[in-house]
Design a protein around this ligand. Structure first.
Ligand code: FMN
Length: 221
């Protein structure tokens, strides 16, 4: 499991209103990871709009290799966060981290999950992908599915931002998929790939700098 608090945040209250008039470019640049959310409910309709946007992502052969778990109930979020925390505690101890650090990291992760009004777990669903006689092409097929899951998640994040919401992406489920599957009693054909917290920003996050475009384009003809 990776660190779930990658950037420090300024303690100013966000005003997440009026984003619907933003252009697509403004929404793309404006979207940010928010790691502390207000205790303010999110409309079910907005969650459905996020998932509707995910539905339209590109996918290999158009197979849509994704499914989504949506959690809003406090008891379910608690059970999931507790199970994931117990596993993370075990993994951090294996890494040799001291007890105080482990306690702090696990507690913050727990608070981040249980403090989110809505939690969405995008899951990879590879049933229906092409099957080849060789490993290279089978691996490429799964990679394509993961790539498209990322596209679906980005659609959700952009839609959330346009609606005045903010999200946080936690990779934690990737590091304990079996724990998540058991905690939520999921179909074993689903592999949870991320945990997206959704809500209204409690703080304005510090944004990460982007590399200059000329660094990214390694060849243009
Ligand atoms: C695949 C992936 C995994 C991520 N995992 C985490 C995570 O576990 N915890 C976290 O706080 N942020 C996580 N993030 C968010 C990144 O830290 C964040 O997108 C990056 O720092 C850029 O900041 P921005 O989203 O505000 O532009 C993840 C993002 C991606 C795409």
């Amino acid at each position: 499991m990776q660190a779930d608090h990658e950037a420090s945040e300024k303690s100013t209250t966000a005003s997440a209103t009026g984003r619907l008039s933003l252009s697509l470019a403004e929404i793309i640049r404006g979207r940010r990871s928010v790691r502390r959310l207000l205790d303010r409910p999110v409309a079910r309709e907005h969650v459905l709009m996020m998932l509707e946007a995910a539905r339209w992502a590109p996918s290999p052969h158009g197979r849509q290799p994704w499914r989504f778990v949506v959690l809003t109930r406090a008891d379910v979020k608690h059970a999931l966060a507790k199970a994931m925390g117990d596993e993370w505690r075990r993994q951090l101890a294996l890494d040799g981290q001291d007890t105080a650090t482990i306690d702090l990291r696990v507690r913050k992760s727990y608070e981040r999950i249980t403090g989110a009004p809505v939690v969405i777990l995008p899951c990879l669903y590879t049933v229906g992908l092409d099957i080849y006689p060789d490993d290279v092409r089978n691996a490429a097929e799964v990679t394509m599915a993961v790539q498209s899951l990322g596209c679906a998640i980005q659609n959700m994040l952009l839609t959330a931002y346009a609606l005045g919401l903010d999200c946080g992406w936690m990779c934690a489920p990737l590091f304990c998929p079996d724990v998540v599957t058991a905690a939520l009693d999921l179909d074993p054909a689903l592999t949870p790939h991320a945990l997206i917290t959704v809500g209204y920003a409690a703080v304005e996050p510090v944004r990460r700098e982007r590399l200059p475009l000329e660094t990214l384009i390694v060849r243009f003809d």
